[in-house]
Write a protein that binds this ligand. Structure first.
Ligand SMILES: [Fe+2]
Ligand SMILES: [Fe+2]
Length: 394
């Protein structure tokens, strides 16, 4: 006696096929299944459904119960299917482009469109700290509307306020570049490096908030905004043009955002009003994560492939050569930093402000050398490369 499934009054077009499918599942090709039911169109619908799914209805007995002979087609479809890695973690070496958009760990039917991702190799995108950094990023998102007390009074001295506005104008253009780069990197990343993709998505969201709060602080006293120099934009353009995942992450996050950690801390320390202090403090917290990923990823790659240090070195030298004839940092930005640290036009105060900015540049250099050494550069080479970093800071 073949196994039986009873659909009662259920039609195949009302979900009855689920019962048939379930009953067929344990059977081998060629096995028979008896289908009972009272639906008036059951015979016609079952014949059509079986044709579509590679089974056959036994037509020998017209009035007796319906019998299906299980066909091979249902198995065929999944015969060449492949498990897309392990849901728990990223691929060991390479994410197969043929897995495309399938969930990591899913059983992937052969024949779908491959994904056009440029970065599919683990070593070129991964850092072991990525999952923790993503979790920290997801837990640390803040609301620009409420995280800053926008009603706090701003600087009374108009020239100090102009300096703040100039610095905010400069920050916005840097943040815009810092938003575009992770967004571009993640668009070309195989989605099975999911934690890196998620981290880059939160990084882009962080930069979107930075653009917002720096713009809002810049306009708080009624505007207009300050100046944007050609040299500053040229510096950022070289970052946008960097084609490789790791060199882009290295130049942006290790060197640029690493340098910005000191800049934002400086702004926080010398902020003439609570709003400026708040926006600098909030941004530096996010930036620390961006730097942490860039450093961890670059160090990870340099550790597996020592020769990659040469590629990183070349990226710094190439960028330096491309920017050699540009002014680098906007002079209005430099002067604004001095005035902010000085706090007044007294010659003694300006002298102290000047020294504070010199100290800032020294600590930026020290931080870059430390990160470069961590990645694997000998100290003398780290010092050399740090000195070649763009005068625009980012
Ligand atoms: Fe930022
Ligand atoms: Fe950033």
């Amino acid at each position: 006696m073949p196994p039986t499934t009873d659909l009662d009054g259920l039609g195949l077009d009302d979900g009855g096929h689920l019962l048939v499918q379930r009953a067929l599942q344990p059977l081998r090709p060629g096995d028979r299944l008896t289908v009972l039911g009272r639906h008036p169109a059951l015979r016609v619908h079952l014949a059509a459904w079986c044709r579509e799914h590679g089974h056959r209805v036994d037509e020998t007995g017209d009035d007796g119960p319906l019998e299906i002979i299980k066909g091979p087609a249902g198995e065929q479809r999944w015969r060449d299917a492949q498990r897309a890695g392990d849901a728990q973690g990223p691929p060991d070496k390479v994410a197969d482009p043929r897995w495309g958009l399938a969930a990591r760990g899913a059983l992937v039917e052969a024949g779908g469109p491959p994904i056009g991702a440029e970065w599919t190799e683990r070593e070129h995108v991964w850092a072991d700290v990525a999952p923790q950094l993503y979790a920290a990023a997801a837990a640390s998102q803040w609301d620009p509307a409420t995280a800053v007390n926008w009603t706090a009074p701003v600087a009374v001295e108009p020239e100090i306020e102009r300096a703040v506005v100039q610095l905010m104008t400069y920050l916005v253009e840097n943040e815009q570049a810092a938003l575009i780069i992770p967004a571009r990197l993640l668009s070309q990343l195989h989605p099975h490096f999911r934690e890196v993709m998620q981290l880059l998505a939160t990084q882009a969201a962080d930069e979107a908030r930075h653009v917002e709060v720096f713009t809002r602080r810049g306009l708080l006293s009624g505007g207009p905004l300050g100046t944007s120099s050609a040299g500053g934009r040229a510096s950022l353009q070289t970052l946008l043009n960097e084609p490789d995942f790791t060199t882009a992450s290295f130049l942006l996050s290790v060197l640029g955002e690493g340098t910005f950690l000191d800049l934002l801390r400086f702004l926080h320390r010398h902020a003439p009003d609570p709003v400026t202090a708040d926006v600098a403090r909030l941004a530096v917290r996010d930036e620390a994560r961006h730097v942490a990923f860039g450093v961890a990823h670059t160090a990870h790659l340099a550790k597996t492939d020592r020769s990659y240090l040469g590629t990183l070195r070349q990226s710094v030298e190439r960028r330096h050569a491309a920017l050699q004839d540009t002014a680098g940092l906007n002079t209005e930005v430099f002067d604004s930093l001095v005035l902010l640290a000085a706090g007044s036009w007294e010659p003694a105060a300006i002298s102290a402000g000047w020294r504070a900015v010199r100290d800032l540049q020294a600590s930026m250099d020290e931080g870059r050398r430390r990160r470069l050494a961590y990645i694997g550069f000998p100290d003398d080479e780290a010092a050399e490369l740090s000195a070649l970093h763009t005068r625009n800071f980012m």
